[in-house]
Structure formats: structure tokens, C-alpha cells
Write a protein of this length. Structure first.
Length: 173
């Protein structure tokens, strides 16, 4: 009994001493720890903004390409992604005014990447889940019902986002 109580104490001491030397134990080695991660398909995952450590996890899980849908300067993330020999693309989607051209660029990138695994993200996985949903239905990869279920697990678009989704779907009919 005494020895079983010591094991958690030794583990805690190891973690604390390792971190004091700048060693980070890899306890978050799974994609589910990334903010709002959703596996859309074997080829496509979406999430909120990943941390630098989480970008390494994305690579370990076989993703080759990262697409950010966030506007603004993404040079820090791009440097981290490129240092891991992954490609980085940014489509700056305005939250209040998503455009058909933004989605068309996303489709073009997905076509370019072929069967490679792609990780798409934004701040909270709202833009990314909407784009993933639209990609699944407009490219006839997934049924509308299945893709919509995945989208609604993340959020239920309203306002300009619902208008955007409907506009894109009409365009691709």
C-alpha cells in the first residue's frame, strides 16, 4: 500500500523537475485536446486555433497541410508550421462577411492537396466547421444529413453565416 502511494508522488516530482529544466512532458498527444477538434473525415480535420505544441501533434497524426481561415498576421504560425515541413495557407475570412471566393479558394487548395490529410482551423472552429461542411456537401463527399450533423455538433450558423452557407450551396448546385 505504501509503495502505491509513492508512485503518483514520484510522477509529480518528475514532471515538476523536468519542467524546471525546460522539458515539457508530452501529455497532450491527441488531437481531441485541440480546441473544438472535429474529425470531419480520414482526410480532413477542423478545430480552433492550435498551440505550437498542438501543431506538432497535428504533424504526428499525419496531416500534411494546415489552412488557417483567420484574418490578420499569421506569420508566427506559418513559421512554426513550415519548420515542421508542413504547408501553410491562409484564407482570411472576415467573420462578418464570408465570401464565395473564400470558399472557392478552399476548394482549390483541397483539390491541390489530393488525398493528403488537411487540418483547417480558425479561432473557435466556427468558420472551419462551416467550410468543412460546405466542402463535404458541395463536392459530394458526404451526405447533407451527415455533414450537417457534424456542423451542428460545433454550432448552428445564423445570420450572415447561414446566408453564406445557402449562397455557396446554391452556387454549387
Amino acid at each position: 500500500m505504501k509503495n502505491t502511494l509513492l508512485i503518483p508522488l514520484y510522477l509529480l516530482l518528475f514532471i515538476l523537475s523536468a519542467s524546471s529544466y525546460g522539458i515539457k512532458p508530452n501529455m497532450d498527444s491527441d488531437l481531441k485536446n485541440i480546441k473544438n477538434f472535429t474529425m470531419i473525415s480520414e482526410r480532413l480535420g477542423s478545430a480552433g486555433m492550435p498551440s505550437e505544441d498542438e501543431i506538432s501533434v497535428i504533424k504526428k497524426k499525419g496531416y500534411k497541410h494546415i489552412i488557417s481561415l483567420l484574418p490578420g498576421d499569421q506569420s508566427e504560425e506559418q513559421g512554426q508550421v513550415n519548420a515542421l515541413k508542413l504547408t501553410f495557407d491562409q484564407i482570411p475570412v472576415d467573420w462578418r462577411n464570408p465570401k464565395l471566393e473564400d470558399f472557392e479558394k478552399f476548394v482549390s487548395l483541397m483539390d491541390e492537396y489530393g488525398s493528403d490529410k488537411v487540418f483547417v482551423h480558425c479561432a473557435m472552429n466556427y468558420r472551419a466547421s462551416a467550410f468543412s461542411y460546405l466542402y463535404q456537401v458541395t463536392q459530394k463527399i458526404e451526405s447533407h444529413e451527415t455533414a450537417e450533423t457534424k456542423l451542428h455538433l460545433m454550432w448552428e450558423p445564423t445570420g450572415e453565416w447561414l446566408d453564406f452557407i445557402n449562397k455557396v450551396k446554391r452556387h454549387y448546385k
